[in-house]
Design a binder for this molecule. Structure first.
Ligand SMILES: Cc1ncc(COP(=O)(O)O)c(C=O)c1O
Length: 439
């Protein structure tokens, strides 16, 4: 029996017994309050995604980035009104090639500054350092944990080039204010959209306000390809550059099946490409950028194409789950607050942020939830300047609100698989919480 027949039979047998991957959320058994866990996130897959991946593996021409990734890039662009997108192997890689491409495309110099929140995920900030740019930090507001827009103007200097915003758990600050700040000061609006896929401001995609946007497809995010990320823009040249950085720094911009064209997309593949070499050179091996290899596998593109079809459902279900859980937490636990969205925002929530009045409450509530199988997470790094890799950048004590995050803030999930059984279970767990005096 051939491998293909063998796998086809395996899939058939497994499919008859139960959903292929019962662990995956959309396909798993009903929630059992006696033993199921309330995972904060995870893939929202049915059997379609593994099938697409296996089919791609068995029938694809090229295991690495190929036709499926290219189709996913195009479908992603169409859905979000981008001119172009390039898929990479993670959201961190997306941020890295996005910043590298922006620096080159817009002529930023070493030492130029980018304004960013002091609270968030490390690989929002690290690509700035890796590109010899200077992150200039802004403290957060405790209203919604986003950076405090009223503090930004004071941080702008003649070397400021951009504002890099990463909406907290998908929830945008006032994008009109940010767009206005960028316009008045001639700054580039850059969006780390890893947590905010699908969120809107004034009924437009958040990315409509930005010059460049990144996205992550790690399983904690709205859609997942296992690992994966995307850089998108309305500027095609920027995406060509980002692709070059992700593809070893090469000059050739053939993608998908164009990779197989004898003359290439440029119709000039074999030509005199190098200034100091007279011979004919294959464009595929001309290097114009100091690049990386951050390409995804083609089967990740195949999975992404299936996931895109579920995006609207995922947004709607995450919004319902966030509202239900926010109401339960605030009704059951005195001393907590769950930030909401601004009137012009429509947030596709990444999680349910919970702000506690003090550290005793946070510590005991997190312990209570975790010991009852309700997963929790910190809001990532808290103040990034507390961490050894970043501490040299600035004095952490200048950011008092940021320093409250580890003490008082955490989040729980709002996964699209949550149903009434999950909400009832979380309500029951919350109802049994008793705050003890601090030790
Ligand atoms: C805001 C933000 N940016 C970047 C990343 C990095 O994405 P990845 O895990 O795909 O590298 C994350 C990860 O969760 C994130 O939350």
């Amino acid at each position: 029996m051939s491998l293909t027949e063998d796998l086809a039979r395996f899939i058939e047998d497994a499919g008859q017994k139960q959903a292929l991957f019962p662990y995956l959320y959309a396909a798993r058994a009903p929630f059992d309050p006696k033993k199921s866990a309330v995972y904060y996130s995870g893939p929202y897959w049915t059997d379609e995604e593994p099938r697409a991946a296996i089919e791609c593996l068995l029938t694809g021409k090229w295991l690495s980035t190929g036709e499926h990734v290219h189709r996913f890039e195009n479908a992603f662009s169409r859905m979000h009104d981008f001119t172009a997108s390039v898929m990479v192997n993670s959201g961190s890689s997306a941020n890295l090639v996005m910043i590298s491409a922006l620096k080159k495309h817009l002529g930023w110099a070493d030492g130029d500054e980018v304004i960013v929140s002091v609270v968030g995920f490390p690989t929002t900030v690290s690509p700035l350092m890796q590109n010899n740019l200077v992150p200039v930090f802004v403290d957060i507001t405790m209203d919604d944990l986003n950076f405090d827009l009223s503090l930004i103007e004071a941080r702008i200097t003649p070397r400021t080039r951009a504002i890099l915003v990463s909406p907290v758990l998908g929830n945008p600050p006032d994008f009109d204010v940010l767009a206005d700040l960028c316009a008045r000061h001639g700054l580039t609006f850059v969006l780390d959209g890893c947590d905010s896929l699908g969120s809107r401001w004034r009924d437009k995609h958040l990315s409509d306000y930005a010059f460049a946007t990144s996205c992550s497809f790690y399983p904690a995010h709205h859609i997942t390809t296992g690992e994966g990320g995307m850089v998108s823009s309305h500027d095609e040249k920027l995406i060509d550059l980002a692709r070059s950085f992700a593809w070893w720094g090469r000059d050739c911009y053939c993608v998908g099946s164009a990779n197989l064209l004898p003359e290439g997309t440029c119709k000039n593949r074999f030509s005199k490409w190098l200034n100091h070499y007279d011979g004919v050179m294959d464009h595929k091996f001309v290097f114009t950028n100091v690049g990386y290899n951050l390409k995804p596998l083609d089967l990740q593109g195949a999975i992404g194409l299936v996931q895109l079809g579920k995006l609207d459902e995922i947004h709607a279900k995450r919004r319902v789950a966030k509202d239900r859980l926010a109401a339960l937490v605030q009704a059951r636990i005195p001393g907590v607050r769950v930030p909401g969205e601004l009137p012009d925002a429509c947030t596709s929530w990444f999680g349910v942020p919970i702000i506690c009045d003090d550290n005793t409450l946070k510590t005991q509530l997190v312990r209570h939830l975790e010991s009852n199988r309700v997963q929790t997470r910190n809001y990532f790094a808290g103040n990034i300047l507390l961490h050894p890799a970043y501490a040299h950048l600035d004095d952490q004590s200048r950011y008092p609100n940021a320093n409250l995050v580890l003490d008082r803030v955490f989040f729980i999930g709002c996964h699209p698989s949550y149903d009434e059984a999950v909400f009832d279970y979380v309500d029951d767990v919350l109802s049994k919480f008793v705050l003890r005096p601090a030790d």
